[in-house]
Design a protein around this ligand. Sequence first.
Ligand SMILES: [Zn+2]
Length: 287
Amino acid sequence: MRALSICAVSSSWFARFKLKLIASIAKIMASRRKYAEGMGFLKHIRRLHGVCAAETWTRAPYLGERAPRALCALGNVQSLLDRAASCAWGCSRGDHCAEFLVGRAVSSSNAAMLLMTNGHYDEALSLIRSTGEVANLVCLFITDRALFERWKSIDDKTRRKEFRPVRVRQQLKASEGPLVIDEDLYDVLSGFAIHPEPGGLVQAHNALSRSLLLPIFQAEGFVKCINELARTMAFVAVFAAAFIKLPDKVKQNLRDAGRELVKNIGGVNLDEKERPWFSPSGVSMPE
Ligand SMILES: [Zn+2]
C-alpha cells in the first residue's frame, strides 16, 4: 500500500516535472528563435520561391488528369498569342492597337504564371482578372468595330470613363455577347489581392483554409489558378483570331488552341467554397 502510494506520488510529480520541463524548453526555444531581417529576409524569401517553384513543376504532371493537359494547352495558346501580338507572321503596318491589347493579356498571363509558380496565388488571381478584362474588351470590339475606333480616338479621361470594366460588362450584357468575366466573378477575383476585405485570409488555398503567408506550394491554389487562367486565355485566343490581322491558317490554329484549352479546364475554380473533397494528389478531384 505504502509502496503504491509512493509510486503514485512519484508518477504525479514526474508528470508535473515533465510539463514544466517542456514549457521551459519551449520558452527557451521561443526566446532563441531568430527571424531573418534586412537582406537576410529577402534571401530567405528567394530561397522559398525556389523551393516552391521546384515543387510546383515536380508535382504539376500529377495534379489530376486535366490540369497537366490544361498547362500544355495554355503553353500553346500563349505561344500563338505571343507571336500574333509581335507581328511574327508579318506586319500589317497598322497602328498595332489590337496587337498591343492582346500583348497586354499575354504579358499578364506570363506574370500570373510566374506568381502561381512561386506560391503567390492571390496575386496571380488578380492578374488573371486583368486578362479577363482584356478578353471582355476585345470581345466588345469584335462585336462592334466602331467602339474600337472610338476607344482609340478619345482622350484618356473619357476612355477610362466610357470603357471602364463595369461599363464594358454592361455593354456586352446588353448586346448579349459572351461575357468572359461577369460581375460575380469580377468581385470574387477582386477580393483576393486587389480590394482588401475584413477577415479576408491571405493565401489560403488548402483543405484546411489555413492562411500561408510565406510562398509555399499549395496544390489547390495552383490548380485553381490554372483553370481560371485557362478560361480567360482561351477566350483571348478565340477573340484574337477575329481581332488581329493574321493569315487564315494562324487564325484557325488560335481557335483550335483556344478550344483545346477549354476542353481541359477542370472543376477546381472560384465557384468552390467548400473544399473537403480536395486531394493534392488529384485523385478525388471532381469533374
Ligand atoms: Zn507590326
